[in-house]
Design a protein around this ligand. Structure first.
Ligand SMILES: [Zn+2]
Length: 339
């Protein structure tokens, strides 16, 4: 590990916590929209852990998780390795309280991240990759669903042999409901942040907290405990992994089944809670019109669970209102495979 860790304009020597920015993009009035970053460099060698929140601009719980971990819980003199904290991964989305970049409606995690001469959001992705993601050994990418009754869960892709074991260790340590996918990165996979990391052998775990627009419990405590657990599991700090508490957990191996969608437009009411077992064919929700007449009963397509209710879309973003269009996302469904 180098004596001094450099991320964007921030240089942290051994035993130091430093803050600053990664240079971002420039607006029409030459105001620079940069990416805030904190870097904590431990006294002893160890892995470099990147904590990034708010890739989507309305998912802010991870900002508080990173603040508590880096400003309250960790001590740079007792840390082995380094922690890079990026509280807001897409400052263009965050500054307008929008899910995606307001300039081009793009997702910094969905665009190519290997092109310094690309479009505006691609340049932010490139800055994240070059200055932070590519320098890390372990990455925790913190997102949130909107509603407070969603299920806190994590997603790991175990399709790449180089990162599989580390991802399983990270997930077990963080300790919430885990969705497994199995999609190897191929030659023709687009060079997004996630795919570039997988190609370089860097494990990226996606954490989904809940009540994403507000800093609230249980998301913040679960997030802090989970991050510290990963650091304990990888020997970055002392202590034993602490089990999560106060939340519903569907243990073992779970798989994403698919998005359940509405076929009619209107308001929507739900009959089941995220994390509650639902049999195939049971009524999950119903869509009704502005006169109160029920237009559609939406049934669970499989024995399984939901983790959140996104409720309709506007400008590519779910979850602004409890109302749906035909084709709108209604529920993320998953099945329990075992374990
Ligand atoms: Zn998100």
């Amino acid at each position: 590990m180098p004596e001094v860790i450099e991320v964007g304009g921030v240089k942290a020597g051994r035993g130091e916590l430093k803050k600053g920015v990664i240079k971002g993009v420039e607006l029409v009035n030459t105001v620079s929209i940069d990416i805030p970053v904190m870097v904590m460099n431990g006294l002893e060698d160890g892995p470099t852990l990147l904590l990034m929140s708010t890739q989507h601009g309305i998912e802010i719980q991870g900002i508080e998780v990173i603040r508590r971990v880096m400003r309250e819980r960790l001590n740079s003199r007792e840390l082995r390795g380094a922690v890079i904290g990026i509280p807001v991964g897409n400052p263009l989305a965050f500054m307008h309280h929008q899910y995606l970049s307001w300039i081009d409606n793009l997702d910094v995690g969905g665009v190519r991240a290997d092109n310094p001469n690309g479009n505006t959001t691609e340049r932010l992705a490139y800055a994240l990759w070059k200055e932070a993601w590519s320098k890390s050994d372990l990455i925790v990418n913190i997102h949130c669903n909107t509603r407070p009754d969603s299920l806190i869960y994590q997603w790991i892709n175990i399709g790449n042999p180089e990162t599989k074991d580390k991802l399983v260790r990270m997930a077990e340590a963080f300790g919430v409901t885990t969705i497994y996918s199995d999609e190897p990165v191929r030659e023709d996979s687009p060079p997004t942040l996630g795919n570039l990391a997988a190609r370089k052998g860097i494990p990226v775990i996606l954490e989904e907290l809940i009540d994403g627009r507000w800093i609230s419990e249980p998301s913040t405590s679960v997030g802090v405990r989970g991050v510290l657990n990963i650091m304990r599991a990888f020997n970055m700090i002392d202590g034993k992994v602490e089990p999560q508490e106060g939340i519903t957990i569907v243990p073992g191996v779970n798989r994403f089944y698919g998005m359940i969608r509405a076929s009619r437009g209107g308001l929507i009411r739900f009959f089941k809670k995220p994390g509650e077992f639902i049999r195939k064919g049971e009524a999950l929700a119903e869509v009704y019109d502005l006169y109160g007449d029920v237009l559609e009963v939406i049934e669970m397509p499989v024995d399984g669970y939901t983790w959140a209710y996104p409720c309709g879309q506007s400008l590519g973003t779910s979850g602004s209102l409890q109302a749906v269009q035909s084709g709108a996302p209604v529920a993320y469904a998953f099945t329990h495979e075992g374990g």
